[in-house]
Design a protein around this ligand. Structure first.
Ligand SMILES: [Zn+2]
Length: 153
């Protein structure tokens, strides 16, 4: 019994080591929020085929000042989301979800920035540019409404 367990552990370790050597397509931490995006899409009957989209997503250092997230579209039609690691580290769960939904709005839904605001000056879209043109509010109270807007519902 003990021998079997040891063997099992060695197998698990080599599997993990192998995984670490390969570059992962989507960082595990970001994958959780992509799953939220897909779930919200499905709830609104928006069909998204991630295999077809060929998306990579990584947490990395972004050199440019004031840029915290980016969506790249490459000539082979693949896409890449990069989130700045210093920015990401200090975010709470809601803000992590927000920036991922924003970048997926660019990369998956082909949405541009939208800085429209309501009568209180609050951004009506997650696709706001982050330049302060409107006030970002993302709470349990307006989350559903903003995600509806993201998917154009
Ligand atoms: Zn943007």
């Amino acid at each position: 019994m003990r021998k079997v367990l040891t063997y099992g552990l060695i197998m698990l370790f080599s599997f993990m080591a192998c995984q670490n050597n390969e570059e992962e397509k989507i960082d595990a931490e970001l994958a959780a929020y992509i799953a939220v995006f897909l779930e919200e899409a499905e709830m609104r009957e928006v069909v998204i085929d991630l295999e077809l989209l060929d998306i990579r997503a990584h947490i990395m250092n972004i050199q440019e000042r004031n840029i915290v997230g980016q969506c790249y579209s490459y000539s082979d039609n693949s896409k890449e989301i990069i989130i700045d690691e210093n920015y990401w580290r200090d975010l709470n769960d809601m803000d992590k979800e927000y920036i991922m939904l924003h970048e997926l709005g660019h990369c998956v839904l082909d949405r541009d920035h939208l800085n429209s605001k309501d009568q209180n000056g609050n951004c009506i879209s997650i696709m706001q540019s982050g330049t302060g043109a409107c006030d970002k509010q993302y709470t349990d109270a307006n989350r559903k409404k903003l995600i509806d807007e993201l998917f154009n519902i």
